[in-house]
Design a protein around this ligand. Structure first.
Ligand code: 5AD
Ligand code: SF4
Length: 462
């Protein structure tokens, strides 16, 4: 999953028809989009039982950390946040503290032992029971719920969501690959596919409640359907979601390049609502390192997929995750990642310093022999390369019109509006606030690495 994209922290949409609100939950999510969605789904369950979301931790009766395990640093941050709550719990013993997500799954009972003031630990496939777990924590004391077997029933009140016009929809969970660096198969379990009709009916309900852009989520989303009786595909889901009235943009995350097939790219090309954006992490540019990572493809194969994507979907933007400092990474191997970036010209890359994760093949069998200083230098070098590529790519769009879903006032300058173009570019322009949630066209006048700036094309809103 893509760990670095940020999702705005927001309170759930409050509806007058809800059960009387008696208590407040503060949820803070770390990590990937799947985690953000799971936090929303947990809040949705709680909201059926008298809870409402608050953005103010001080006002909360339940503080829920939705955690990530992808790197050591992701977990350390949560340990220190939990430690900092010890004093508050001593002052306010009625406060409930819960940990959910990947670190809850991985560390499980250790969390309750190291942090006795934590009331509940809920694994990656148990968050739908959050309301019951909270009740048990109140009556029985510390609760541990981390079993990963079985199907996750993602029942959802679609009205509870942080953004009015966009929503995440889970289509599958877990991952059957065993990339040597990755903790996810342990924390998220093996692949479970959600029935096709459930996915489409959730999209219908979201659309009826005002959603216009859907992001389909799964750890390895392009293998969706392999465990369902009639073997639906992600391409099939995209085509079906495109038919739902009101849905005008479809995205999906995240794909393993090993599993990308032409059928998916063809579905993207033929579906008007499918956004021209593909996030498929290369992880590295050298075939020897890809082999040590157990990725199942070579540099050449990766480049072939990029070429096919660009041939079938002209104008598509490609994005990637890259790891630097994987065990044994030589200067020459590192250079191959740099040259991959130069060759592919990604719109965006997320660069990570390798962090050994306990129990993974790389941590057990390989020595973490690239020093942190070298990892840092390599990461900085790649960031500089990408900055240059992003500026050049974005500047190609100057003078063209981009199709934008308007978010609202720009986070950096509330006098202007911001939104997202099809290729996931942030777009900044002047306009009235009631354009939020509408699609418009913007004529691009200026571009930086981070954003496009331009003017609203009059009459283009719909
Ligand atoms: N160390 C560093 N980065 C990692 N990622 C996954 N596992 C590790 C690890 N052990 C990166 C991958 C993945 C992204 C979410 O995090 O690039 O795509
Ligand atoms: Fe998402 Fe869990 Fe992976 Fe972090 S470890 S990126 S939260 S799936």
């Amino acid at each position: 999953m893509d760990a670095e994209l940020t999702v705005p922290e927001a309170v759930g949409v409050v509806h007058p028809a809800r059960a009387a609100i008696t208590r407040r939950v503060y949820v803070e999510a770390f990590g990937c989009q799947m985690n953000f969605l799971d936090g929303e789904l947990a809040v949705s369950r709680l909201s059926d039982h008298g809870w409402a979301r608050t953005a103010d931790a001080e006002a909360a009766d339940l503080i829920l950390f939705n955690t990530c395990s992808i790197r050591d640093q992701s977990e350390n941050r949560v340990w220190s946040r939990l430690g900092a709550l010890r004093e508050r719990k001593a002052r306010d013993p009625g406060l409930l503290i819960g940990v959910m997500g990947c670190m809850a799954q991985r560390e499980a009972a250790q969390i309750l032992k190291r942090m006795p003031h934590v009331d509940l630990v809920c694994g990656t496939r148990r968050f739908q029971e959050m309301h019951r777990l909270v009740e048990r924590a109140e009556t029985e004391g510390q609760v541990l719920a981390v079993e990963v077997d079985g199907f996750v029933d993602v029942v959802r009140d679609v009205r509870i969501r942080p953004e009015r016009h966009r929503a995440y929809v889970s289509v599958m969970r877990g991952c059957d690959h065993r990339c040597s660096y990755c903790i996810v198969p342990r924390t998220r379990g093996t692949q479970v596919d959600r029935p096709f009709d459930d996915v489409v009916s959730e999209v219908r309900r979201l659309s009826a409640d005002g959603v216009r852009e859907i992001t389909l989520l799964g750890q390895n989303i392009n293998t969706y359907g392999r465990y369902l009786p009639d073997r639906p595909t992600l391409g099939g889901v995209i085509r079906a979601v495109d038919q739902v009235p009101g849905i005008e943009r479809i995205r999906f995350l995240t794909s393993n390049p090993m599993d990308i097939e032409d059928e998916l790219l063809e579905a993207m090309a033929e579906t008007p609502a499918a956004a021209g954006y593909l996030h498929f992490p290369a992880q590295h540019g050298h075939s020897d390192v890809l082999r040590r990572m157990y990725r199942g493809y070579s540099r050449e194969r990766y480049l072939e997929v990029c070429e096919t994507a660009r041939r079938l979907c002209p104008g598509i933007e490609l994005a990637s995750d890259l790891i630097v400092g994987f065990p044994g990474e030589t200067e020459e191997e590192f250079e191959a990642t740099r040259s991959l970036m130069e060759t592919v010209q990604f719109k965006q890359v997320y660069i990570f310093k390798y962090s050994p994760r306990p129990g993974t093949a790389a941590a057990e069998k390989l020595v973490d022999d690239v020093s942190d200083a070298v990892k840092r230098d390599r990461k900085n070098e790649l960031l500089a390369v990408q900055e240059r590529i992003s500026i050049a790519r974005n500047q190609r769009l100057v003078g063209t019109d981009v199709h934008v879903l308007v978010d609202g006032p720009s986070p950096r300058n509330a006098a202007r509006l911001s939104g997202r173009a099809e290729g996931s570019h942030m777009v900044i322009f002047d306009g009235s606030e009631d354009l939020a949630g509408r699609f418009i066209r913007v004529r691009v006048e200026r571009a930086t690495a981070a954003a496009l700036y331009g003017t609203l094309v009059p009459g283009s809103e719909h």
